[in-house]
Design a protein around this ligand. Sequence first.
Ligand code: SF4
Length: 364
Amino acid sequence: MNSLLIPENILVEKSVIESQLVRNIRRNLRGCKMHVVDHLDGAQNLEAEESGKVIEVIDFRGQFLKPCPGTRNYICCGYRILHFGEQCSIGCNYCILQAYFSSGRLRLFANWDRMLSEVESILRKNPDRYFRIGTGEFTDSLLLDPVTEFSRLVVPFFARFRNSILELKTKTDHIDNLKKLDHGGRTIVAWSMNSPAVAAKYEGLAVPLEKRIECAKLCLKWGYRVAFHFDPMIFYDGWEKDYRKAVDLIFKNISPEKIVWISLGCFRFMPPLKGIIEKRYRNAELIYGEFISGIDGKMRYFKDIRITMYKKMVKWIHEYNPEVCVYLCMESPEIWKAAFGFNPLEKGGLPAILDLAAKSKCGD
Ligand code: SF4
């Protein structure tokens, strides 16, 4: 684990001091300082604080399983988020979480028993529904896994249910805990991919693309399913050559039959993120592209740029294998039609398409 990602100070709510999560942190981070507080309200200050170096461990009171915050008028994939923690210290310049959370501190939820019983109850009450569940929306799924061992809890848990799959989405190489787990074929390990230039310039402490692919190969060896996400794709001079290289890197190493899906999404952001990026990073060119405000208020590249990028990516991927499931994240039916030649509604809707892809690769 990159030493810059290792937390130094842990703030723990008193009610979860005996939790499995805190025990794991103590065991794996012997040098860290643990501070116990009655209740964490965000006001606790630590000397020489550096956000990424502080973890807050709390007794979470909210709903653990939530629908992905899709946007009206765009086609949503019907994903569900297992909300196990918040924030990320990898430091991608474009990361939307910078605007999403007011605090830069990592926050982990320690009441795992309630988390699992909530999920179990939903899965059991809806045996005829299929749940695609991910943990990588409000943080990176494996960022702190060497410390928390969260994967050891959830991977075997999801192996027990036939009406769900778990997707762990990451830009790290923190896969060691996955090696010997009983996953039952129901966990997909996914890497966010980008062009080599974008990864090197904007993706902070993320591991290089080659390392992500090496990890994907190992996960395949251990029987996991894999997926890739090109999101956000950044438009710049020379993007075609670079993104093509990233597609080649995947298919030169991974057999297409083993890939559950590949998603594509062009860079988009709520306007407040622009100021944050400008202030935080000197090389902020990524926010000065040709953007237009979408119906959801997010800034997006002009349609023709998005269509061109998607069309080419789909073409390059399908040249390797036309059967690979490729989908767009939060795009309009018009863009779908232009990029793929069809609107997902003509094929039963995007959730149905992805359910089918998951079932065919992970078992029904
Ligand atoms: S890895 Fe994901 S969550 Fe973490 S900073 Fe990068 S974009 Fe944000």
